[in-house]
Write a protein that binds this ligand. Sequence first.
Ligand code: ATP
Length: 459
Amino acid sequence: MEKSADTMEKIVSLCKRRGFVFQGSEIYGGLKGTWDLGPLGVSLNNNIKREWWKMFVDNREDMYGLDAAILMNAKVWEASGHVAGFFDPLVEDVKTGERFRADHLLKDAGVDADGMSLEEIDAEISKNNLKSPKGNDLSPSRQFNMMFESRIGATAGPEGKVYLRPETAQGIFVNFKNVVDTMSPKIPFGIAQIGKAFRNEIAPREFLFRVREFEQMEIEYFVKESDWEAEYEKLRLDIVKWHEHLGLAAENIREYEVPENDLAHYSKRTIDFEYNYPGKGFDELAGFAYRTDHDLKNHMDASGQSMEYIEPDGSRFLPHVLEPSFGVGRAITAVLCEAYTEDEMNGEVRSFLKLPAHLAPYRVAVSPLLKNKPELVDKARTVFGLLKAEFGNVAYDENGNIGKRYRRQDEIGTPYCIVIDFETLGQEKPELADTVTVRNRDTGEQERVAIADLLAYLK
Ligand code: ATP
C-alpha cells in the first residue's frame, strides 16, 4: 500500500477517534506543541518503553538504570553549554509577528541550513526571496534559546532560576560518580534513563514529531577513548536491532552520517537514524553521537568534583561517551505509520494497524457472540479472566455486532479476537464443546481452538 501525506492525516484521525492521542488542553482550544495520550496511547507508549528497557537494560549486564529529577540546578545547564548555546534560528513574519524556524523555512525551499551562521541564513533567505507562509517579509534571524525557565520556591534573584531539562542526558552525567561508587561497574558500561524532556520549539509541528514536551529514552555509554570506534559499531548494531523489534521495515530506516561540518562542536561522529514518514520522507527518529569526554570534563571543571574512573590497578582516566538517544513520540509515530494498512476484506475497504503483538495495546479481545445470552456472557467472562490473568492487556468487547467489533479491534491493532458461541457451549456440535473461534487480524481467517490450548496458541 502506497503511503502519503493523506495516510498521516488518517493516522492522526484514527488516534483521536480510537483514544490513542488527544490534543493537549483540548477543551480550552489546545496548547500548541502538547499532546495527551489516551487509554490506548498510554499502552502503546508503555509497551515501547518496556521493550526498550528490556532490550537495553534488563537483558544486558553492562547497563544500569537511573531516574533523575526533571528540575536540576541551573549550574548543570551552564556547564553543559545549553545556557550559552542551545539555540534555534528564529525569524518573524514582520506583519503578523508569527515565528518560524529559519532553517526549516530554508529546508522547505531546498536549502540545507545546518551549521550556517545567522548571517549566512539571512543571505540565503534574501537570495531565495523567502517570505512567510502568509506572503509577508521576514525579520532578520536571531538565536532563540529553547529551554523553558522557571523559578523555584520563593527565592528571588538568579539563585531561584531553574530550567526544565531539555534532554535527560545531563541527569546521567551528574550522577556518573554516584553510579560508579555504588555499583562498581566495569568499563565499558552504560547508564540508561527514560523520562520527560522539554524544549520551547519555535514551531511545533507534524503531530508527535516536534513537540514542546516529550519523552526520551537515552543511554550514556562510557568507554575507554581507545575503544570508542569498536564500541560505537556494537551499539550501532543494537540500535538497528531495536528498530527491527519495533517492526519498522529496513527500507524505511536510513542511517544518515552527519557530515563533519554539521557535527555539534563536542561530537566526533553522529549518525541520525531516520524514518521514512509518509508524505514527509526521511527525518530523524533517533540520534547516536560520540560525545568524547566533553560532558564529564565540563562537569568536572564546573563542579570541582572528580569524574575520573579508577581501574582496579589504580589508573585513572576520564571515560569517553557514546550516546544513543531515542524520542518515544517519534517511535510511536514511526510504529503507527509502519502499521497503518488498508486492504479489502469481504468486498469492503478496511483500515487496520498491523502492530507487532508485543506493542499492541491489547494482545487479544474476547467477545460473546450475543451479549443478551447469559450463558455465552458467563463463558466469555471466564475465558477473559483466564487470559487477563496471563497477559494483562486483554479487552472484553461486547458492543455492537461481531462485524463491528472486528473492525474496531482491527483499527486499534489487536492481533486476535476470540468469540464464544453456541458451539463453545457444546449445544450444536458436542465435539466443539469448550473450543472458541480465534480470528487473525491480518488475514481475517478464523480457527477453532480449544480453551485449554489458548494460552499456548497466543504466546
Ligand atoms: P531535531 O533535529 O529533529 O530537532 P535533535 O537533533 O535536536 O532533533 P536530539 O537533541 O538529538 O534531537 O534529541 C534526541 C531525540 O529526541 C531525537 O532523535 C528525537 O527522537 C527526540 N526529540 C528531540 N526533539 C524533539 C521534539 N521537539 N519533539 C519530539 N521528539 C524530539
